[in-house]
Design a protein around this ligand. Structure first.
Ligand SMILES: Cc1ncc(COP(=O)(O)O)c(C=O)c1O
Length: 294
């Protein structure tokens, strides 16, 4: 079946989807994006992702996005491609204009979506956990915006791949902020510790779901910076839409805890699995996610 993508209000075959070379996404990475998970063809926390997209767009002063219409088109993109377990990529840029840093007078945003099959992480990987490396956090101070400007993330992830690691974790002023495409949680004395929602991390949707799970499970949470020395850290895990909840069993070659996924991580994974199954059965889990303060 020919792949169908969404581009500026139309569903077109992949080969026919064209964006002008002077699109500001191309020239300046002047745009924002989202990645939404699907299980059995059903969206996982679609509303939360769309709200974050609208916020990212506002923060970079893009024209208002009709997120309800976009969500509908996103579902249609997934349907048209017959995606079961997959991932929908949504990108909005400030559109084409002759190259000049300041905004064009009348921006015409480019809106693009593509849906791809994506299996859940394999059971063996989840049971084994993954290795990570640390890298200096050279990114800007607005990591809360889901910007398509991802070069530091790209370079760091490549470094991880070349080191045989699964993910690179950013360290800023001795603080472990987040991964290249994941949030980070530590378990210390039975409590979760994760970086607060400030400019140094993306307010992850998976992160918020984990906080909701922790509340339900009676697991304490501290939204506080985590020292990269990882002193007294019993368990560590990363979270993201695509990777879900993944135990980190070593950092820079040193084992975390006993070098195996710990009990708190496994408890959260089990509850997360239940959410996935609820979505697969057609239920919405958006009601579980607390809206952000701003
Ligand atoms: C830098 C960064 N942090 C965190 C995350 C996790 O966010 P979410 O759980 O919403 O996928 C991502 C996701 O791609 C990311 O790119």
């Amino acid at each position: 079946m020919a792949e169908i993508v969404y581009l500026n209000g139309r569903f077109v075959p992949y080969e026919e989807a064209r964006v002008p070379v002077e699109d500001r996404g191309n020239l300046f990475a002047d745009g924002v994006y989202e990645v939404i998970r699907f299980y059995g063809g059903h969206p996982f926390a679609m509303q939360a992702h769309m709200e974050r997209l609208a916020r990212s767009a506002r923060e970079i002063r893009l024209p208002e996005i009709d997120v309800a219409a976009l969500a509908e088109a996103g579902l249609e993109t997934v349907r048209k491609n017959g995606i079961g377990d997959g991932s929908l990529y949504v990108q909005v840029t400030r559109g084409p204009a002759p190259r000049s840093h300041a905004f064009p007078r009348e921006p015409k945003p480019t809106v693009f979506m593509i849906a791809r099959e994506l299996a859940r992480p394999s059971r063996s990987l989840v049971e084994q956990g993954v290795a990570c490396i640390t890298v200096p956090d050279i990114r800007w101070a607005r990591c809360d915006i889901k910007s398509i400007g991802l070069l530091p993330n790209v370079l760091a992830k490549q470094q991880a791949v070349e080191a045989g690691a699964f993910e690179a974790l950013f360290v800023r002023d001795g603080i472990l902020t987040e991964g290249t495409s994941s949030n980070v949680f530590a378990v210390k004395g039975g409590k979760l510790v994760t970086h607060p929602e400030d400019g140094h991390v993306l307010p992850g949707i998976t992160r918020r779901l984990i906080l909701a799970i922790a509340r339900e499970e009676g697991i304490g949470v501290e939204e506080e910076p985590l020292a990269a020395a990882l002193d007294a850290v019993d368990e560590l895990f990363i979270s993201s839409t695509n990777v879900e909840v993944m135990a980190v069993v070593s950092v820079d070659g040193r084992p975390v805890g006993d070098g195996r996924p710990g009990p708190v991580t496994r408890r959260i994974q089990a509850q997360y699995d239940r959410l996935v199954e609820r979505v697969r059965a057609g239920e919405s889990i958006d009601g579980l996610i607390a809206p952000r303060a701003s």
